[in-house]
Design a protein around this ligand. Structure first.
Ligand code: ARG
Length: 561
């Protein structure tokens, strides 16, 4: 109905709008919209009159069994199950849910961009998860998508690693624990540096700088350490990403961009966009772009900074990929930084749409019931441990039923991922194992189970005919209406970069189906063959939507659970 409304409004008033349709109380109708009230000002007519005009057009479509106007201009419509079934059949294809809104346009999506110095922690759960889902949404809406993992592999870590390893690490531990040993020496090193600084000493700090300098001057030993540590860390990142079922086309990290960034800073100085301070540091003033604080793009000692690498990253992507849009999946902490970075890009004349896709924190409940950001204080929460624990929980959920290891992994990952999508991405989410695996609430397992159940019904009873013209589809009305919403849900989720909308929709679809099963026999032997086929035909479409929608979220449907 939303699509029909926007077409009608375009026809009547030459306006492009995205009308919202609600489901009113049953006595009013199946759908309602207050679009006439919203349009009154723009169109310059009274809402009632507009409602009459729209209603007349809606009646012309023949898709509604009743179109009425209530109050100052609410439009209520009733539909018949069979008209919904006909509509769904007409719109149906293997690509149902997708569109071509982004055709001809290129988007770079950057995720999960973890830092190499530490083991992968929950700090990069949302960047990977939401980044991947947004990438899926862009693809589903016709964009050409390039994905890039912007590794945090530059600067202090290397010096800290080498000096830390030599002071606090051991070959044996490195061979056994890999990145966890690197993480440990890194943390030990940070602590020691802090204590040393408090004592006014610089022995360790000098070692760190020394190794960095050696590395920059091409010293073979420093390079050997760097290669070895990077390999260990990168393999770990890949392992975790594989377990999360996410991947990227490119992996161009900060280290790749650092030298390019220094070159770029030189050019900015030449053109006067950047200014050198007396101490040698370089800034890009942004007061002309509404920022009192300039962006620091080079340290006084000439070293590249985070912003230096990002400057080069922007230029590189422009030159090589010509994107229409770049999406950075990075936590909320960096909002100010990105707003400055994007202002700098504007100042450089770059018109590409740059978007910081940010997230709220993952909170955790303390024993006393208070909430706290999940991480550091209780020791970093490691992604691998989180996934291991999730698999344990998944095992408990299926309670000894005969479910394959592969399915257990799908349930575990589905539960974690879905929990990230239960609210608007900017909302802080509360990490709670009980709700994550709740079989009755808004959870991954709940939706997966609904999908598994549909698939099983289809497996056991045949897929039915796609559409049965003589059946009235009266008991399927709500399910059909829900299925018809799907393409619009995908469109909105993509437009707003909100995978949450898809998750929420899938939950509603699951609930709708559960209501349907309670009231309606599907495969009992007494059913007339035609009805059985019609019903299974609707379920086959639901199965498609579950698989597709969960796929957008990076979640798979287990074969059993
Ligand atoms: N590695 C960084 C972090 O974890 C995120 C990188 C974000 N991307 C960027 N182009 N700056 O904080």
């Amino acid at each position: 109905m939303e699509q029909q409304l926007s077409r009608i409004i375009d026809e009547l008033y030459n306006l492009e709008v995205q009308p919202q349709v609600s489901r009113p109380a049953a006595e009013f109708g199946d759908y309602a919209t207050n679009i006439a009230l919203q349009l009154a000002k723009q169109v310059g007519k009274n809402p009632r009159e507009i409602a009459e005009e729209i209603a007349a057009k809606l009646r012309e479509t023949g898709a509604f069994s009743e179109v009425t106007i209530a109050g100052p201009g609410f439009i209520n419509v009733r539909v018949s199950g069979s008209s919904l079934a006909r509509e769904l059949q007409a719109e149906w294809s293997d690509a149902y849910g997708t569109n071509q809104d982004g055709a001809g346009k290129t988007v770079v999506v950057e995720y999960p961009s973890p830092n190499m110095a530490k083991p992968y922690s929950v700090g990069h759960l949302r960047t990977g998860n939401q980044g991947w889902a947004v990438k899926q949404l862009m693809e589903a809406t016709g964009w050409t998508v390039i994905t890039d993992n912007h590794l945090g592999d530059y600067g202090a870590p290397l010096g800290m690693w080498i000096a830390g390893f030599l002071n606090f690490g051991s070959e044996e531990a490195l061979n056994k624990d890999g990145v966890y040993e690197l993480g440990r020496v890194y943390i030990a090193m940070r602590k020691a540096l802090k204590e040393e600084a408090e004592r006014g000493e610089t022995t360790l700090a000098d070692q760190v700088q020394g190794w960095l300098l050696k590395y920059e001057n091409g010293d073979a030993e420093a390079k050997a350490y760097s290669d070895r540590f990077n390999e260990i860390s990168l393999k770990h990142i890949h392992d975790v990403m594989n377990r999360m079922h996410i991947s990227t086309n490119y992996e161009l990290g900060e280290a790749f961009f650092a030298p390019k960034g220094k070159e770029a800073v030189k050019k900015l100085l030449e053109t006067g966009v950047a200014v050198q301070n007396e101490d040698g540091s370089v800034i890009v003033p942004l007061d002309d772009y509404g920022f009192d604080v300039p962006l620091l793009v080079q340290k006084s000692n000439g070293a590249a900074l985070y912003a230096t690498t990002d400057l080069a990253t922007i230029l590189y992507r422009e030159e090589h990929w010509h994107p229409d849009r770049v999406i950075y999946a990075v936590g909320a902490e960096q909002q100010f930084y990105f707003s400055q970075l994007f202002a700098m890009a504007k100042k450089l004349g770059i018109t590409t749409e740059l978007i910081h896709l940010w997230f709220g924190f993952i909170d955790q409940l303390n024993e006393d019931g208070t909430r706290e950001k999940m991480s550091s204080r209780k020791g970093v929460v490691l992604m691998e441990e989180l996934l291991d624990q999730a698999e344990e929980k998944a095992r408990a959920v299926i309670k000894g039923r005969d479910v394959s290891e592969e399915d257990i992994k799908k349930i575990a990952l589905g539960a974690i991922k879905f929990s990230d999508f239960v609210a608007d991405r900017r909302t802080n989410i509360l990490f709670n194992w009980d709700t994550i695996f709740a079989l009755t609430g808004v959870s991954g397992p709940y939706v997966q189970y609904a999908a598994v159940r549909v698939n099983k019904l289809l497996r056991d009873h045949g897929y039915g005919m796609p559409y049965v013209g003589t059946y009235d589809y009266a008991s399927e009305k709500d399910v059909l209406a829900k299925l018809l919403e799907y393409p619009e849900v995908v469109r909105r989720a993509a437009n707003e970069l909100e995978p949450h909308k898809v998750a929420n929709y899938l939950y509603e679809l699951a609930r709708e189906l559960n209501r349907y099963y309670e009231a309606t026999p599907i495969a009992t032997a007494e059913l007339v063959e035609e009805i059985r086929h019609a019903r299974l035909g609707v379920l086959a479409k639901a199965a498609h939507v579950f698989t597709h929608g969960l796929g957008l979220l990076g979640i798979e449907v287990p074969s059993q659970m």
